[in-house]
Structure formats: C-alpha cells, structure tokens
Design a protein around this ligand. Structure first.
Ligand code: DAT
Ligand code: MG
Length: 149
C-alpha cells in the first residue's frame, strides 16, 4: 500500500469540479485517508513547489495556488502515486491522454485543476507538509478484497 497527496487546486474548487475530481480518483479504488478544505499560505505553497524556484512560471504558480481555497487529500492504495498520476494526466492538458482529468476538463498548464505527487519520495515529503500525523486515518474498506488481489 502507498499514499499520495492530491490537491484540488483553486480552479477546480471555483469551477465546482471538486466532486468530479474526487470521483475520478476514488472510483478506480483509491481510498481517502485524509481530507481538508483550506486556504494555502504563501509559506506552504513555496515549500510545496520549492523544486520550481527560479522558473519563469513560479511567481504565478504561487499566486494561483494561494488565490482561493483548495481541497487537499491523502489517498491510499496499491501504487497510489502512479495510479493517481495516470488518472490526472500530463502537466499540459494538450499532452494529456483523453480520459484523464487534465485532458477532459482543463486547457492550460497554469490552470490544470489538480496536483498529484510524482514519486513515492515526493508523496512522503508532501504528506508531511500538508497533514499532521493524526489527520491521516488508517482504515479498511469492506470492498477491499474486490479491488486488491
Ligand atoms: P505536475 O503538476 O504535472 O507535477 P510540475 O511539477 O512540472 O507538473 O509543475 C507544477 C505545476 O506548475 C504544474 O501543475 C503547473 C505549473 N507549471 C509547470 N510548468 C509550467 C509552465 N511551463 N507554465 C505554466 N505553469 C507551469
Ligand atoms: Mg509535480
């Protein structure tokens, strides 16, 4: 089992797509183990996106992610990081495969609706950044044996 960090970004919340985005990630079998609605501070945004410091889009990225509230989630499942990335699609909606969230619902890299951790290491770092340990709840779903062999 693996955990990944998902953020429904401000455009997702503003466009009323929170439910649609959660549905697309939850339906394949990923299980919610943490979730909250929050306004992101500049400090948290900067720490989250620190790998992009110095890139031309970085200031705009911080303005965007801190503009209005987000929904942040921890999802758990086998290969959760890669499964979530597959459901989300490539960074640029134009490159994303049809059927993915970004291909179906977004137009631009800078308004691509949702974040998903890109590796197990990133997921660990990001989950620690966005959630206190007690906010992540381990639980089992009765349908698990029909999803996980
Ligand atoms: P991803 O979100 O697919 O992991 P990333 O980590 O490379 O993509 O970049 C983080 C976010 O920054 C991305 O979701 C949107 C924004 N971004 C990346 N490259 C960009 C660009 N060239 N122009 C505008 N925004 C960009
Ligand atoms: Mg990334």
């Amino acid at each position: 089992m693996e955990r990944t960090l998902i953020i429904v970004k401000p455009d997702g919340v503003q466009r009323g797509l929170t439910g649609e985005i959660i549905r697309r990630l939850e339906t394949p079998g990923l299980r919610i183990v943490g979730m909250k609605f929050m306004q992101v501070s500049r400090e948290l945004a900067a720490e989250h996106y620190k790998e992009h410091v110095g890139r031309p889009f970085y200031p705009g990225l911080l303005d965007y992610i801190t503009s209005t509230p987000v929904v942040v989630m921890a999802l758990e499942g086998p290969r959760a990081v890669d499964i979530a990335r597959a459901v989300i699609g490539k960074t640029d909606p134009l490159d994303a495969t049809p059927g993915t969230i970004r291909s179906d619902l977004a137009l631009m890299k800078g308004r691509n609706l949702v974040h998903g951790s890109d590796s197990a290491g990133s997921a660990e770092r990001e989950l620690a950044l966005w959630f206190r340990p007690e906010e992540l709840i381990s639980w089992q779903r009765d349908s698990e044996r029909w999803l996980v062999e």
